[in-house]
Design a protein around this ligand. Structure first.
Ligand SMILES: *Cc1c(COP(=O)(O)O)cnc(C)c1O
Length: 502
């Protein structure tokens, strides 16, 4: 399997090459040369298969140069005891006919774990194949969730180390506790005096400083990022669409071979693109419904064929979807133009220079065959959490609630009764305060906003369940990371961290 850049001006690479490089040298994203077909009888045969079996088969198809044994070992290491459900991605049927695909059973209670538990193993194997001898040093600037998921993915993975920088005072109390209690022999967590932009600029500055790269090379390291456009983050996400389908057959919600819709809470367009790739491979997918919050740039794009980033940015209660440039959309543009790299280059240039680009009617029609889209406000989302809780006794998180709202609008508008999977990207306990606000505003009003646990405890009481381990254990874990540095001192903080690791 060969990979090429969406912009057509970079060398073709192997799977390992795509994973090591991340971004192609021409600024494009790596895409597989073809989508390997999975015959329907194989898919139907997965009715009672383990997630491990499905994931290893799907990923193996894209990992030329990796042995079946290697793929097996990586999948075992990624999707094992760190998940709190044997099914890894349980599909929960609701009484209203929908099914919820819970992608939040990993260590940080959100779907980023699906990719970030796998990426470190892909990266380490890819480096070995490319003859890279240095250890990998991952640097992350985070405003909250990605940092923790990356820390959990890389902690104690041999030949890697990870340092996460976050803005001091710029993350929630729960996020702070998640990060500053992080265990692992190869991790560092450092607060930066400044806001998220200062933090991110600091990391970018380090990445682009060649002399600094030499300094750390002398110490046996080389930099890499765990960026969401890396092929190694997208690939693991294709598998759970097949996993969902297998479970829908097993629990009798669909006949073998029948189509399924998926509605996906979307930010950077990685999750839903993986669903599109699954469809290209032969999974019976009808519509992929793209759900956005008030930052509805994608809704407009699907409706009008015009991508227009020139708009206000809103902070919402579904923060992981607060985004104005959905990077992975470039990979979809590549496919719907029949892999026309020049067209993709022209659009990306227009996006950068004019803040917009426009598809033709024909191109828009092509997208409409596979996708639908909509958006929901925080208020709508909140009402949705309340309703599903009341009618189903099931608690949605704020991101999944956006998807549920958009699906209800879609049903109303189209009358489409195809069985539908609601892709759930976070545990309600992860966004406990806003979820509590939807189902018991009086309780929410009474809690201390600076307390990391009160809202989760109140939810646990109302749902008669335990607070998930990933949050509960934070109460007793010791704080291990206390360093605060000025933005200018971030390189020094990296050098200091290097002296701490073996
Ligand atoms: C990252 C994230 C999303 C958005 O996923 P994309 O792949 O960027 O579209 C949605 N919900 C949650 C909880 C997330 O963490």
């Amino acid at each position: 399997m060969i990979y090429q850049s969406t912009r057509g001006k970079a060398h073709e690479v192997s799977a390992a090459g795509a994973i090591v490089e991340g971004l192609a040298s021409d600024g494009g994203l790596y895409v597989p040369q073809e989508f390997p077909a999975i015959p329907l009888d194989v898919i139907v045969g997965w009715k009672n298969a383990s997630y491990h079996q499905i994931a290893a088969t799907i990923m193996g198809k894209y990992l030329g140069g990796f042995s079946a044994k290697e793929v097996d070992e990586m999948v075992s290491a990624a999707y094992g005891s760190r998940f709190d459900d044997d099914r890894i991605v349980p599909l929960v049927p609701l009484n209203n006919g929908e099914m919820v695909l819970e992608l939040f059973h990993g260590p940080t209670l959100a779907f980023k774990d699906m990719a970030l538990q796998m990426l470190p193993h892909l990266l380490v194997h890819s480096l070995q194949k490319n003859g890279v001898r240095e250890k990998i040093l991952i640097l992350v600037a985070t405003s909250g969730d990605t940092g923790k998921a990356a820390l959990e993915g890389f902690c104690d993975v041999s030949d890697t180390a990870i340092q996460v920088f976050y803005p001091e005072g710029g993350v929630s109390p729960a996020q702070l506790r998640q990060m500053n209690t992080q265990r692992g022999e190869n991790v560092a967590v450092t607060a930066v005096k400044g806001n998220f932009d200062d933090t991110q600029n600091g990391v970018k500055g380090i990445f682009s400083d060649r002399d600094f790269a030499k300094t750390i090379a002398e110490k046996g390291y080389r930099f890499s990022s765990a960026n969401s456009i890396n092929w190694g983050r997208l690939l693991p996400q294709i598998a759970y669409y097949f996993g969902a389908y297998a479970q829908a057959m097993a629990n009798g919600r669909i006949q073998a071979g029948a189509p399924l819709n998926f509605v996906v809470p979307t930010g950077n367009f990685g999750n839903i693109l993986a669903g599109y790739y699954a469809k290209q491979m032969g999974l019976p997918v009808a519509k992929l419904i793209c759900a956005s919050n008030r930052n509805n740039v994608l809704t407009d794009f699907f409706a009008k064929g015009m991508y227009d980033r020139k708009r206000s940015f809103y902070q919402t209660t579904s923060p992981s979807m607060d985004i104005l440039i959905s990077s992975n959309l470039e990979r979809l543009l590549f496919e719907i133009t029949g892999r026309d790299c020049q067209q993709v280059c022209d659009w990306m240039k227009a996006l950068q220079e004019k803040g917009e680009y426009q598809l033709s009617e024909e191109q828009r029609g092509k997208i409409a065959a596979d996708f639908d889209a909509g958006y929901a406000s925080d208020e709508d989302g909140k009402a949705c959490i309340q309703q599903i809780w009341e009618k189903e006794g099931y608690l949605l998180d704020t991101h999944t609630a956006v998807a549920q709202c958009v699906y209800e609008q879609y049903r109303e508008r189209t009358g489409d009764a195809t069985p539908t999977v609601l892709v759930s990207t976070a545990s309600p306990f992860k966004f406990a305060a806003d979820v509590l606000d939807a189902i018991a505003p009086e309780k929410r009003a009474a809690i201390d906003p600076q307390d990391a646990f009160e809202a989760a405890d109140a939810l646990a009481e109302m749902t008669h369940t335990a607070v998930p381990k990933g949050i509960d254990e934070l109460r007793i874990l010791p704080v291990l990371h206390k360093d605060v540095v000025a933005a200018d001192d971030m390189p020094a903080a990296v050098l200091h961290a290097l002296t701490q690791w073996k």
